[in-house]
Design a binder for this molecule. Structure first.
Ligand code: KMH
Ligand code: ZN
Length: 275
C-alpha cells in the first residue's frame, strides 16, 4: 500500500487554551507545535494562526511570520494554510495566506452548520473564486468536505474546469452539522470519489483515532491535531500535537503502513516542484 501521509492540524480557529493549554497562539508556540508534529512523523502542517491573545486571524503578515518560524525548525515540511479561517470571516480575509504562495491550501466545498448558531459559509461562487485564485498561483487545493454533497459539488466544479486534477480530498468527519464519523460513513465518502483521487480522513473529537485507523486500512491518509481533537485518549489531554501524531504512527505501524516523508508526500500528491 502507498505510504501514509500524516497531516497535523496544530491550531485550528475554534479550539482554545481552555480546552487544552498546549493549543498554540503565539508564533513561537505555533513553531513548537509544528516541530513536535514533524518530529513525530507529520509531513503536512495544516495551518491556522492566531493573535497572541488567541483570536483567530487570516492576516497575511501573521501567516508570513508563522511560515518563517515553522520553516526555521522544520525546513522540509509542507505548509498547508487554511482558507477557511474562522466562521464569519469574509472571503477576502480568508484568502490572504494564498499570497504567500504555499504549495497547498484548503478549498472548502460547501456551506454547513458548525454548531449552535454558527454557519460556515462557502457558496458555489465563493468556491469557484477560491479555486481560480489558487489555480492562478499554482497552489494545490486540499478539497475539504464536511458532507457527501460537498464531494458532489467538487466533482461538478472539476468537470466544469474550475478545480484542476488530480484532486486531493480531506473528509472531515464528525463536525456538528456535517457527516458523522462512523466507518460506514467514511467508506461512503471514499467510494464517492474517482479512483485517481487521493484522500485524507480527519475525525473530529472522539472520531479522531477510529477514523485514522479506518483510513489507514482503506488506503487513505490521515489528519490529526488539536484543531480536531485535544485528547490522547478518553479524558487524557494530549501534551502536544506530536503526541497525537505519535499515536497515529503507532497504529499505522501495527497495521503495516509506512509513513511518508515530506518529499514522498509531495510525490504522492503531485505538488508543483518547489523553486
Ligand atoms: N475553522 C472552520 C470554520 C479550513 O481550514 O479550510 C473552517 C476550517 C476549514 O477549519
Ligand atoms: Zn482548518
Amino acid at each position: 500500500m502507498e505510504k501514509l501521509i500524516l497531516t497535523a492540524c496544530i491550531c485550528g480557529a475554534e479550539v482554545t487554551k481552555k480546552h487544552n493549554p498546549a493549543v498554540p497562539y503565539t508564533v513561537e508556540e505555533i513553531a513548537r507545535e509544528a516541530k513536535s508534529a514533524r518530529d513525530a512523523g507529520a509531513s503536512i502542517i495544516h495551518l491556522h494562526v492566531r493573535w497572541d491573545d488567541g483570536t483567530p486571524t487570516q492576516d497575511r503578515g501573521r501567516f508570513a511570520e508563522c511560515f518563517d518560524a515553522i520553516r526555521a525548525v522544520c525546513p522540509d515540511v509542507i505548509i498547508q494554510p487554511s482558507t477557511g479561517g474562522a466562521v464569519g470571516m469574509t472571503a477576502d480575509e480568508r484568502l490572504q495566506p494564498i499570497e504567500l504562495l504555499p504549495e497547498m491550501a484548503t478549498l472548502d466545498c460547501g456551506t454547513c452548520n458548525f454548531g449552535g448558531d454558527e454557519i460556515f459559509v462557502n457558496t458555489e461562487n465563493m468556491i469557484i473564486e477560491f479555486a481560480q485564485r489558487m489555480a492562478e498561483r499554482g497552489i494545490k487545493p486540499e478539497i475539504e468536505v464536511f458532507d457527501k454533497g460537498m464531494i458532489d459539488m467538487a466533482l461538478r466544479l472539476h468537470k466544469k474546469g474550475h478545480i484542476p486534477g488530480p484532486m486531493h480530498f480531506d473528509f472531515v468527519m464528525g463536525v456538528n452539522g456535517g457527516i458523522t464519523g462512523e466507518v460506514r460513513d467514511l467508506l461512503f465518502m471514499k467510494e464517492s470519489i474517482p479512483q485517481d483521487c487521493t484522500w485524507t480522513a480527519a475525525g473530529v473529537g472522539r472520531f479522531e483515532f477510529p477514523m485514522a485507523a479506518a483510513a489507514i486500512l482503506m488506503g487513505g491518509h490521515v489528519r490529526v491535531g488539536f484543531e480536531d481533537n485535544v485528547y490522547l485518549s478518553k479524558g487524557v489531554p494530549a501534551r502536544s500535537n506530536g503526541e497525537l501524531v505519535e499515536k497515529t504512527v503507532r497504529i499505522a505501524r501495527e497495521l503495516g503502513r509506512e509513513i511518508a516523508s515530506p518529499e514522498e508526500a509531495r510525490a504522492i500528491l503531485r505538488l508543483r516542484p518547489r523553486p
